[in-house]
Ligand binder design. Structure first.
Ligand SMILES: NC(=O)c1ccc[n+]([C@@H]2O[C@H](COP(=O)([O-])OP(=O)(O)OC[C@H]3O[C@@H](n4cnc5c(N)ncnc54)[C@H](O)[C@@H]3O)[C@@H](O)[C@H]2O)c1
Length: 448
């Protein structure tokens, strides 16, 4: 039996709604996962670096269309002391050639959003498991197609949503699971990050993101800004909804039911261009469709409400704005505070620090050292580790294709709601009823 066929069959046997198969030994070199990386831009480079460091993986091939990004990626091989990969480049479809390789079991996709869908579909058609950066597709139909493809092929699709592994969010998940907050009632999160300027990899040289974009823009400014011109909705919901969804046991007895979104007016990007480039700058005439603050509310089957905010075009410090509230108290990350009834002083906040340390998740206790130096405060290590470990062992990925679809589909649903006077829209049930009996596979051990 071909190795890739074996990996596929074991993955199918362990799909998120069946019994979990027995574990294989950690670090067994005979079951190394062989990866190809598509997109070696800023994000892909970090995922590549972590994959090359992992004892359970190797990366024999990479693909990108920009020389500068490929050169940076090759330097990562040098630094890791690994032999150079085969490089695919020269055309936007060069990745298809890479997918034909027999010595690749899975791909990591870290390209612009609009490429995620065709690349993931092609990868699964070629028999490869997929670990894809956030956003599965652009339309509801594309989300269904990925789900159906993963089901029919028996391949794993995992969204590489790293914030699920943020240390404080995982400690709070631990507290939720131990009933510290009582029954969950209302949760908040989002993506609140001033993205008006994009810097080079070394973090020193600003490249005028927000003023220069498209062909003149570097990294995300090359493609992301165009989405702000063309679309209006929550374009990046998954950093907020990922961790919250795991706290709410979505697809393990719960599910998202409906959504409403409302967008403010758009001023931030235009004002930034005028401030940096003057009123005569060619981009000063660009009309941005994306509202500066997009607010979305989601209702779950079990009656919890979730509030998500997308806020990337105004001056502001970074914050994902988490709030986790139940019948016994709440945690908020913006003021790093907690209040638990009968333990905290009545009506008073207390610092969350001690709670977060006390309930540090076993995964962090075990892998905290391995994660030090990894991107985004270490959480990038965990998401890469989880993908590599689950796929190479043939176990269900801790973020399933159904989770990935339900988180990512918030974008087209919110675009619809914004365009329709904030009308409510029902979530598609990608599990087709299996959410009722689905099991939770996220962070249940100190392994991955
Ligand atoms: N999870 C996180 O914390 C996080 C952080 C940053 C970015 N991201 C996500 O990662 C993805 C990439 O973002 P980025 O910041 O690295 O952007 P980037 O522009 O730096 O990298 C994208 C890379 O894809 C390459 N590319 C574009 N089209 C291609 C094609 N047809 N074939 C091969 N390569 C192609 C580009 O040349 C570029 O090198 C996005 O989906 C982004 O949202 C996630």
């Amino acid at each position: 039996m071909k190795r890739s066929t074996f990996l596929r069959m074991t993955a199918l046997a362990g799909s998120a709604f069946s019994v979990m198969p027995a574990k294989t030994v950690f670090g067994n070199p005979s079951s190394r996962l062989r990866l190809g990386v598509i997109g070696t831009g800023l994000r892909g480079q970090e995922l590549l670096r972590l994959s090359l460091q992992h004892t359970g993986a190797e990366v024999p091939a990479i693909c990108d269309i920009q020389e500068v990004m490929i050169e940076d990626a090759l330097r990562i091989y040098d630094k890791a002391g690994k032999s150079k990969p085969v490089v695919y480049s020269g055309s936007p479809l060069a990745y298809k050639e890479m997918l034909q390789r027999e010595d690749i079991d899975a791909v990591i996709i870290a390209t612009p959003w609009e490429w995620h869908y065709p690349m993931a579909m092609d990868a699964m058609d070629a028999g490869k498991h997929v670990g894809c950066e956030v956003m599965m597709g652009s339309t509801v139909e594309e989300h269904w197609n990925i789900v159906k493809k993963a089901e029919s092929s028996g391949l794993q699709y995992m969204m590489l949503e790293n914030v699920c592994y943020r240390r404080d969010a995982m400690a709070v998940l631990n507290m939720v699971r131990q009933g510290i907050f009582g029954e969950l009632i209302h949760l908040q999160g989002g993506y609140q990050h001033d993205l008006r300027e994009v810097k080079f990899n070394d973090g020193k040289q600003p490249y005028g993101g927000g003023v220069e974009f498209g062909e003149k823009g570097f990294s995300e400014a090359n493609w992301r800004t165009q989405h702000s011109i063309d679309r209006n909705g929550d374009l990046y919901p998954t950093h907020g909804i990922g961790p919250l969804s795991k706290m709410l046991d979505i697809h393990a007895g719960n599910r998202f039911v409906s959504l409403v979104s409302m967008a403010s007016k758009a001023r931030g990007l235009h004002d930034y261009i005028v401030k940096k480039g003057g009123t005569d700058h060619p981009n000063a005439g660009v009309r941005f469709k994306l509202g500066d603050v997009v607010t979305t509310m989601i209702e779950t089957e079990k009656g919890e409400t979730i509030l998500l905010q997308h806020d990337t075009s105004l001056p502001r410090p970074y914050s994902l704005g988490f709030r986790v509230q139940g019948t016994k108290g709440l945690w908020m990350d913006i003021n790093k505070s907690i209040h638990i009834e009968d333990i905290s002083q009545p009506h008073r906040w207390e610092e969350a620090k001690e709670w977060i340390e006390k309930f540090d998740h076993p995964l962090w206790q075990r892998h905290g050292n391995d994660a030090s130096g990894a991107g985004h405060g270490g959480m990038d290590f965990f998401v890469v580790n989880a993908f590599i470990e689950s796929v190479r062992r043939g176990e269900p990925t801790p973020v399933s294709v159904y989770d990935s679809a339900a988180w990512s589909v918030i974008t087209p649903l919110s675009e619809w709601s914004v365009a329709n006077n904030s009308n409510s829209i029902l979530f598609p049930d990608f599990t087709e009823g299996k959410w009722k009996t689905g099991k939770q596979f996220f962070a249940l051990s100190d392994d991955y």
